[in-house]
Write a protein that binds this ligand. Sequence first.
Ligand SMILES: C[S@@+](CC[C@H](N)C(=O)[O-])C[C@H]1O[C@@H](n2cnc3c(N)ncnc32)[C@H](O)[C@@H]1O
Length: 338
Amino acid sequence: MRKYLVYGANVSGWIALQMLSDDQQVIGFIDQAGTSAAPGIAGRFPIYQSDDDAPPSVMQEAQGILVAVGNRTVADEIKDRLLAKRPEMVVESVYDEQYVAAFLKARYLLLQEQRGFQMPVELYCAVRDYTMVSEERLDNVYRLTKEAERSRLPGAFVECGVWRGGCAAVMATVAKEAGNGRVIHLFDSFEGLPEPTDLDGDLAKDYSGGRKTGRLETIGKCVGPLDDVRELFFERLAIDETKVRVHRGWFQETLPNLGDEMEPIAILRLDGDWYESTMICLEHLFPRVVPGGYVIIDDYGFWEGCRLAVHEYLERQGLQADLIPIDDCGVYFVKGKS
Ligand SMILES: C[S@@+](CC[C@H](N)C(=O)[O-])C[C@H]1O[C@@H](n2cnc3c(N)ncnc32)[C@H](O)[C@@H]1O
């Protein structure tokens, strides 16, 4: 029996507890805010505020520490810190190869129950590594595409800013299952983000390493190769290639040359981060969205340039959209309804 301390006593710690095999025994938890421990942990296990807070006998008995927190970057930091401090111990994280699939699946099932997500866990597991979009925003795409299919809303599903394709794959899977022949359009440089401009603010400037002239050159961030998208769409999810149109290149170059290549749009999902990237998509594609169609703005709550572009565009068009929050970042609205 291998004895473990679990670092993190809230919901992620609780999931880790369910995941461990019969030969792994949890002898306690480490959590700075022990008061918020999950119900299955509080009162059942000792909770120490830090590894220094645990009695030496406990640290001696424990053969390993399993880091179980909800954020992968934070988990990596904790793991590195513990490894440096306690080289004699096995330090693992729920994001390590041997745990991650089971951990994320169990976490999604729990979230699904708590937050009423409709997207099936199998689809979530298939797209998870191919998207940087939150579970709330993935579920929003799932629901809106399902609704579009149910109500036979005419037009294509479109994503501008695809990265490795996870979010667009949710759209494509719903369309495939509905079998109405819906076409999916994917717009991306597949080389990453271009330079932001002053309108994107200081955060964007820091993120781009000080580059902010709006040049259409990759800053090396958010690089999602087209091969990854192809692998997900056509190998993993068996999406019909004839229903997918890939527009590779800078929006500023592909959109003005679209012509008749683009039918009306049922769902327009914008995920290009910057002011210029958002504005050019609205200018060229919003007019093609059908009345009652959905417009989703992924970065509205995070990147100020994106938010500015949305407001400027709507004002210029004299439109008053009812922006519905999805989570603390994404919003959507229905065209023709205010
Ligand atoms: C945040 S990522 C998209 C995330 C994606 N929707 C997902 O499911 O994870 C932003 C994407 O926008 C693309 N992008 C941003 N501005 C662009 C532009 N002007 N032209 C082409 N691609 C652009 C980047 O290449 C990157 O793949």
